[in-house]
Design a protein. Sequence first.
Length: 278
Amino acid sequence: MRFSRFFRHTLNSLFALGAFLILPAQADDTRETLTQKKWELGLGVGAVAGPDYRGSDEYRSFISPIPYFIYRGNFIHSDRDGVRGNFLRTNRYEFTLSASAAITPDTDKNTLREGMPELGSTLELGPSFNINLSGKDFSQGWHLQLPWRAVFAIGADDSGYVGSIIQPQLVYRTTLSDWTFSYRAGITYASDDYHAYYYSVAPQYVTPTRAAFSADAGYSGWNNNLALSRRFTHQGFTTRLAFFIRYDNIEHTDIAASPLVVDKHSVRGGIALIWVIK
């Protein structure tokens, strides 16, 4: 099914919400626990700059207005780790159903993928088992996250299920004066269909400069992620400012041999400014 460019940009705007909803709240649990507000609504603007996909040497920027929504119900939360459902939660461990999103705009312009299907933004859904390693709860100190997620492409020529990933990661959260800070270090293992979506080259797409390639399941690289956020309140008005930067490394992976891979190191960053209405 083919989507109009307008619809794709609309979807990318919604996925900007998915990316930036996490950022302002990513390490802000202490303040949110104190306020005990069950939900927040807001509007803002966000910008992301990064490669078309891991391994690409072509970078693009994306600016979008973003709606903002935080909900803290007894079971469903949209908080530091995105939208999730709590099946089991204590101060030492938790078992959740979580969701996240990634923006992939305008990959039809990518030179290496010329003539190939456009990549879509992705939605990830799946369970995660998290273990608190230090601190009184998950709002501070170190903890281990063990998520498995199914990945769905949206807003592309070929939308739907594209594979699954396992992403063990260490997470550290703390407060730096009026700012909240989080650091993540993780590794990724992916199914063969997930790798194929990004890195395989089918026979019909072979060119003199692009050889056939069949991606297998396995190790998919490692990453580091830093996020910084702050809430500002002045004369009854509340705003949130957030930054993030992420480094990915796909050296020593099988996918690094794909003709669609040029740069084994990539950096992605973003900023968001949110006006909280209620």
